[in-house]
Unconditional design. Structure first.
Length: 376
C-alpha cells in the first residue's frame, strides 16, 4: 500500500513544484528584463562605444549588480557594483606589477579580501571584490590595455545603478506583501481562538497559539522591507508618488508588532483558561463571536494594505475601524457574563489587542481607547 502511494506523492510533489516555479518565474519577469537590459546594454556600450574587445566584465558587473536577491535596492546595487569595480581595478593594478600565475591569484584574492573587510562589513561587497580581482588575474590579458577591464566593470556598474533608479520595481511590493501575510496569519490565529472558545477545546487554543507565534517571522521582515522601499521611492523619479503611502504604513509598524505580540499572549492565556475550565458557558457564548469579529476586522485590514488605490485603502480601513470599535464597546467582563479571575483576565487581555489594531488602522491612542467601557 505505501508503495502504491509513492507515484501519487511524486506527482503531487512535482505539481506543487511546477506551480511554485511558474509563480516565481512570472513574478521575476520585471527583474529578468532589467538584468538582461543591463548586461547586454553594458556589453554593447563597452564594445560599440568604447571599442573594447569582448568586454565580458561590463556584462557580468551589470548582471551581478542587478541580480536576484531578497531585495534589490539602490544601496545593495551600489554595494555590489562598487565591489565589482574595485575588484577588477585591484586585479588589474596588481597584475600590472606582479604578472599572472597561481601564486599571484592567491595573493591578489587574499589582499582583496583583506581590503574588502577593511572597507565594508557587507558579505556581498567582500565576495564580489575578491572574486572579480581573482578572475582578472586568472583570465588572459586584455588586448585593450591594462585597465580596460576596470573601465568595463565601471560601465556595467553605472548602467545597473541607472536602471535601478529609472526603472525600479514597485517599491510597495515587498513591504505590503509582508504586511499582508502578517495580517492574514493574525486573522487566522484569531478565528482559531474563536473556534476554540466556541467548542471549549483547549487543544484548538494551543494550535491558535502556534499560528500566532508564526506571525513573528512576518513582523521581523517589515522594518528592512519598509527601509528599502522608502529608499527606492526617494531616489527614483517614477516611484516618488508612493512615498506618502509608504510613510503612512511605516508609522504604524509598532502597532502591528504590538498587535502580533498581544495575540500570542492572548492565545497562551486562552489555552490555560480552557484547560482549567475557567470560562462559563455564557461567557464562551459571548466571547467567541467577538473573537470572530476581530478576525474579520483584521482580514479587512489585510484587504486595505493590498488595495492599489489610496481611496480603496481608506475605505477598508474605515470599515475595519467600525468593526473593531463595535467589539471594543463590548469588552466588559461582567456584561459578557464572564466570571472568575482567569476568565475576566482573558477579556482584559483582549482590550489592548483591539486598541493596538485600532491604532494600526489609523486611530490615535485617545480615539482607540475611547470605545472601551469603563471597568468598575
Amino acid at each position: 500500500m505505501p508503495q502504491a502511494r509513492m507515484p501519487q506523492r511524486v506527482r503531487k510533489f512535482l505539481a506543487q513544484r511546477n506551480r511554485s516555479g511558474l509563480v516565481r518565474a512570472r513574478n521575476s519577469l520585471p527583474r529578468i528584463l532589467r538584468m538582461t537590459l543591463g548586461a547586454i546594454g553594458a556589453f554593447w556600450i563597452a564594445s560599440a562605444i568604447w571599442g573594447h574587445t569582448d568586454p565580458i566584465f561590463a556584462a557580468t558587473s551589470a548582471l551581478i549588480s542587478l541580480g536576484f536577491g531578497a531585495a534589490t535596492t539602490t544601496r545593495r546595487t551600489a554595494e555590489v557594483a562598487l565591489g565589482c569595480t574595485l575588484g577588477v581595478a585591484l586585479g588589474d593594478g596588481l597584475m600590472h606589477w606582479w604578472g599572472q600565475g597561481i601564486w599571484q591569484a592567491a595573493a591578489v584574492m587574499s589582499l582583496s579580501l583583506v581590503i574588502a573587510r577593511y572597507l565594508d562589513s557587507g558579505a556581498i561587497f567582500s565576495t564580489q571584490l575578491g572574486m572579480q580581482s581573482a578572475l582578472v588575474v586568472l583570465l588572459p590579458i586584455s588586448a585593450d590595455g591594462p585597465f580596460a577591464r576596470s573601465f568595463d566593470a565601471m560601465t556595467g556598474s553605472v548602467l545597473a545603478l541607472l536602471i535601478i533608479v529609472l526603472w525600479p520595481s514597485d517599491p510597495r511590493r515587498t513591504p505590503i506583501g509582508a504586511l499582508s501575510d502578517l495580517l492574514k496569519e493574525l486573522s487566522e490565529a484569531l478565528i482559531e481562538c474563536s473556534w476554540a472558545v466556541r467548542d471549549d477545546d483547549h487543544r484548538a487554543a494551543f494550535h491558535a497559539l502556534i499560528k500566532a507565534r508564526a506571525t513573528q517571522r512576518h513582523v521581523e521582515k517589515l522594518p528592512a522591507a519598509f527601509r528599502a522601499a522608502k529608499e527606492i521611492a526617494t531616489l527614483s523619479p517614477t516611484a516618488r508618488r508612493h512615498r506618502h503611502e509608504l510613510a503612512r504604513l511605516a508609522l504604524r509598524l509598532e502597532h502591528y508588532d504590538r498587535a502580533a505580540r498581544n495575540s500570542r499572549v492572548f492565545a497562551r492565556r486562552l489555552a490555560s483558561v480552557l484547560s482549567n475550565g475557567a470560562l462559563t458557558p455564557e461567557g464562551a457564548q459571548n466571547v467567541a463571536p467577538l473573537l470572530r469579529d476581530v478576525s474579520e476586522a483584521v482580514n479587512t485590514m489585510a484587504h486595505s494594505v493590498r488595495e492599489p488605490t489610496v481611496a480603496g485603502q481608506r475605505k477598508f480601513e474605515k470599515a475595519a475601524r467600525h468593526q473593531l470599535e463595535a467589539v471594543a464597546a463590548q469588552l466588559d467582563p461582567r456584561e459578557l457574563g464572564v466570571e472568575g479571575l482567569q476568565g475576566e483576565g482573558l477579556v482584559l487581555l483582549l482590550r489592548p489587542l483591539v486598541v493596538d489594531l485600532l491604532q494600526a488602522a489609523g486611530r490615535d491612542h485617545q480615539e482607540a481607547v475611547g470605545p472601551l467601557p469603563r471597568l468598575s
